[in-house]
Write a protein that binds this ligand. Sequence first.
Ligand code: SAH
Length: 367
Amino acid sequence: MENSRPELLSLLPDELSVLMASLGEPGYRARQLFEGLHRGLPPDEMTNIGKATKEKLRSAASYHLPEVRKKLVSKLDGTIKYLFELADGNCIESVLMKYKHGNSICVSTQVGCSMGCAFCASTIGGRVRNLNPGEILGQVIAAQLDAGERISNIVMMGIGEPLDNYDNVIKFLHLVNHEYGLNIGYRHISLSTCGLVDKIYKLRDENLPIILSISLHAADDSLRSRLMPINRRWGIAELLDACREYYRSGPGRRISFEYILIPGLNDSPDDANKLADLLNSCLRADGPMPIHVNLIPQNKVYGREQADPGARAADPRAFAAILERRGIRATLRRRLGADINASCGQLRRESTKYGGAAPVPPLKELF
Ligand code: SAH
């Protein structure tokens, strides 16, 4: 390992206390250090830490805040897309979205992704590595510092599959929620997954009231397995069982579903009815459960051919209306940052060379 020193941004106050004690520093310094780090201050710039301690810290631990390598600001809605560079030169993306209720950031959890979903840019080239907890947190700190405004909500919908980097994501949640740090409430944090069912059960047992978001995208196993290889491991019925159990596991648990409307493939009125049948029968079999579906217009991904280039998109409002009639809340995702390509790992693809697994085939070849 080039660097086996602990990464300061990945440590909780208790762990910083142990580190500071090993350097002969009193416990209260750990809290000061944690507070400063989470405000975006490098240890060297902290005025409440002495020179000798700074030197000891430099040799005992590492520190790196993601650096803004590129920044695109939407002229339409103020959405900001960041390309961040990590300590090892790898790049990831984060998107800062401004809503009436506050600022929300979409963070990456891995460099690349190994899930192989047919419509997604992040998985082309495979997974390069996991992000450590401090690198996930660092995106929030660096964006907040750059934008000069408080970030109050987080969605883990950037590059990577959060449940494929489970331990680091859980540690990140504890860090970002900590009262000495950014103090962002779990109910203001969503974790989006393509459906690693074993990890959904594990997450349920953590008892953290975060919002679980499921990338569903299809109402039957044959289509979902073609779009999302993970479905060949755990089918839709097993996935929805896990969702029901997650919801029933404690008060205030919320689940939402993401559904990309792919023209000619899953966006017809029949598809809407099929989706409503599926969700109602699997999720509400043993009692009521609020169900929320986010309908997302498909983003065209450069290098990925469309399933049916000639297909015309059906009216998403008609799709939403069918779900609503069947007791399912449906929202049409606003396309924030449409002019800056604010989604799906495309910026990283444009600007970095990366290794990893062989590219997955274009969408067309899967049909
Ligand atoms: N791996 C996680 C989180 C990252 S993807 C997951 O699968 O949920 C974040 C969201 O963007 C997912 O719902 C994903 O399906 C969606 N997405 C990926 N590519 C897209 C595209 N080309 N158009 C629209 N949404 C896309």
